[in-house]
Design a protein around this ligand. Sequence first.
Ligand code: SF4
Length: 316
Amino acid sequence: MEKSIKLGISPCLLGMNVRYDGGHKLDRFITNTLGQYVEYVPVCPEVGCGLPIPREAMRLEGDPDSPRLVTIRTKQDMTDRLVQWAKKRVVELEKEDLCGFIFKSNSPSSGLERVKVYNEKGMPVKKGVGVFARIFMDHFPLLPAGDEGHLHNPELRENFIERIFSLKRWREVLETKQSRGNIVDFHTRHKLLILSHSPKHYQIMGRLVAKAGDLSLKELYQQYQTLFMESLRLQATHKKNVNILQHMMGYFREQLSSDEKQELLELIDHYRESYIPLIVPITLINHYVRKYDQPYLKQQLYLNPHPLELQLRNHV
Ligand code: SF4
C-alpha cells in the first residue's frame, strides 16, 4: 500500500536517541507494524527548541491547568522557550497534512494526558498535559491524537487507527472538486461506520447533508468535517456493532437459507457475548457481500475500514 498517511510522532518512540538521557523508547508496534502503512514526521520539542542531548531532566510544576516546565535539579524554567518554539512549529506542521499524532506518554513536553504535575511540596498529581502536546492539540483540535499506551490497548488502538484512515479518505475528497454530490457519496459510504460510533452524530449529519443546498460549499464541508471527526472519536461498542451487524443481515433476507441465517445469528450472538471477535461475523458478511454481489454493502467502509493485516478487530 502506498505510504500516504502522514503521522506526527515523538521520535524517541521510533528509536531515535533524543531523550534527556541520550536514550530512546523504541516501540516496535509503531515502527514495524503501523510503520508499514504510514509515514512518520518526527517532532521532538525539547531538541527542537535547542536543548542538547543529553540534558537535565524536566518536570511540570504548579497549576495543573497551566503548569511550568522546570529542570529538576537546577530549577531552570524552560516553559517560555518551549512554548515559543512550539507555536511556530505547529504552523509549519500545517503544510505536512498530518492525519494524526502519536505522543510519548508521561513526558512533561509530549505527554497527552495524565502527566505528573508537582506542587510546591513536591507532591505529584497526574492531571497535566505536556507543554507541546497542549499547543499541538489546541492548534489541531480535530486531529486524531494518541500515545503509545493507547496503541497497546486493543480498543483504543482500533479507534485511533480507524480515525487516521478515515481522515485520509476525507482528505482525498477534499482534493477533488468540491460538490454537494461528493459529500452525499462520502456520507453514504460511511453510513454504517459512523453509526457504529455515534447514531446521534449520524442523525445530525444526515440533516446537514439533506439541507446541503442551503449552505455554502465551504460551510457544508467545514461542518461535515467537524461532525465526522467528532463522531469517530466516540468509541464503537459491542451494542452498536451488534445493531449494525443485524442491520446488514437484513440485506440478505431473500438470499440466505435458514441454515445460513441461523449461523450468522449465532455468530452475532457470540460476538455480543464477547466469545468471539468482531472480525468473525464481519468475515462471514463480507463473504455474503461478495457471493451475492450486494451493491449497497459492497461500498460500506464499515466492512473494510483499515488493512486487515493490522488485525484490529481480532480482540474480544
Ligand atoms: S521531548 Fe518528547 S519526543 Fe523528545 S525525547 Fe522527550 S518525550 Fe521524546
